[in-house]
Design a protein around this ligand. Structure first.
Ligand code: PAF
Length: 304
């Protein structure tokens, strides 16, 4: 594996790799966990050449403290990337990505303004701008993204479509700890007691999934139950929980086909996002009332 920094070197290496076959690309901010590795491993299986970028993008952080304290461990990331079979680890500098005088930005409209976009103004402008630059420089055939960042995936899909990038996006399932907590680089910030409380998010997602599998189609009712479960955990503060159209991310009231439940919750000092896709089973009657028990069905549909 080569670790490089300069854009020119990346372009030179990729120019010759492109002649040999498919280039797979995984954009990251480093601090690799099994979620990143699942994307890299899938790219490795499907592509001749695997490039990974590691860039903590200042433009997508609203909170300077969050940017400055974002977890970093380059030697460990290099080891993990090399053993996962990465060919090229690209670690650009902020100065080269945003040279003095840089003033071009990308915004994707409403999809980027809702939910995370409202909670973290400018976040998706930062994501879309850096991702467009990375795509332009790497020119991959396939890009691998995690479904945990559901809204980010939608923003990138929209941008790829609108800017005519000739790239296939592969969106892979969220990788979770044994207790259901979605893997995230920021999980290292948890205090012990907060970490123990964090799986409440997964329980709420599983509960929503169970309600829908039983035919519940009233989104307000599903959201209310998810909220009440999360509020039963005193360390949790809900930022938002919403059921929306999986494409436009507009809120919906009645589930007719597919929806996504998106949530952002603070546990102690750590802000978590998670989601589950929900599909109303065909032929299921709408639930009227019904018990509010908390039997767990995991978000892939397997019962505990
Ligand atoms: O998900 C991330 O790690 C980042 O938002 C991304 C896509 C690499 C852009 O900086």
């Amino acid at each position: 594996m080569k670790t490089v920094s300069r854009i020119k070197t990346v372009q030179m290496l990729l120019q010759s790799a492109r002649k040999t076959g498919t280039i797979g690309f995984v954009p990251t901010m480093g601090a690799f966990h099994d979620g990143h590795l699942s994307l890299i491993q899938r790219a490795r299986r499907e592509c001749i050449y695997v490039a990974v970028s590691l860039f903590v993008n200042p433009l997508q952080f609203c909170d300077p403290e969050d940017y400055l304290t974002y977890p970093k461990d380059l030697p460990s990331d290099q080891r993990k990337a090399a053993s996962a079979g990465v060919d090229l680890l690209w670690v650009p500098s902020v100065d080269e990505i945003y040279p003095p005088g840089h003033c071009t930005f990308i915004e994707v409209g409403e999809i980027g303004n809702r939910w995370e976009g409202a909670a973290r103004p400018g976040h998706f402008k930062g994501v879309a701008t850096v991702v467009a630059k990375l795509f332009k420089i790497v020119q991959p055939h396939r890009v691998y993204l995690g479904r945990k960042d559901y809204q980010q995936v939608r923003v990138i899909q929209q941008m790829v479509r609108d800017l005519h990038f000739n790239i296939a996006l592969r969106v892979l399932p969220t990788v979770r700890e044994k207790d259901g907590l979605a893997m995230s680089s920021r999980n290292v910030r948890f205090a012990d007691d907060d970490r123990k409380a964090a799986p409440i998010l997964y329980k709420a997602l599983c509960h929503a999934k169970r309600l829908v599998s039983e035919g519940e189609d009233d989104c307000r009712r599903i959201v209310r139950q998810a909220q009440s479960l999360i509020r039963s955990e005193s360390r949790a503060t809900i930022d938002y929980i919403t059921m929306c159209n999986p494409v436009t991310l507009e809120p919906i009231e009645r589930l007719t086909g597919k929806a996504v439940l998106l949530l952002a919750v603070k546990i102690g000092n750590v802000r978590l996002i998670d989601n589950v896709e929900l599909i109303l089973p065909r032929g299921k009657k709408r639930r009227i009332g019904g018990k509010e028990g908390h039997q767990i069905i995991d978000v892939e549909g397997n019962e505990d």
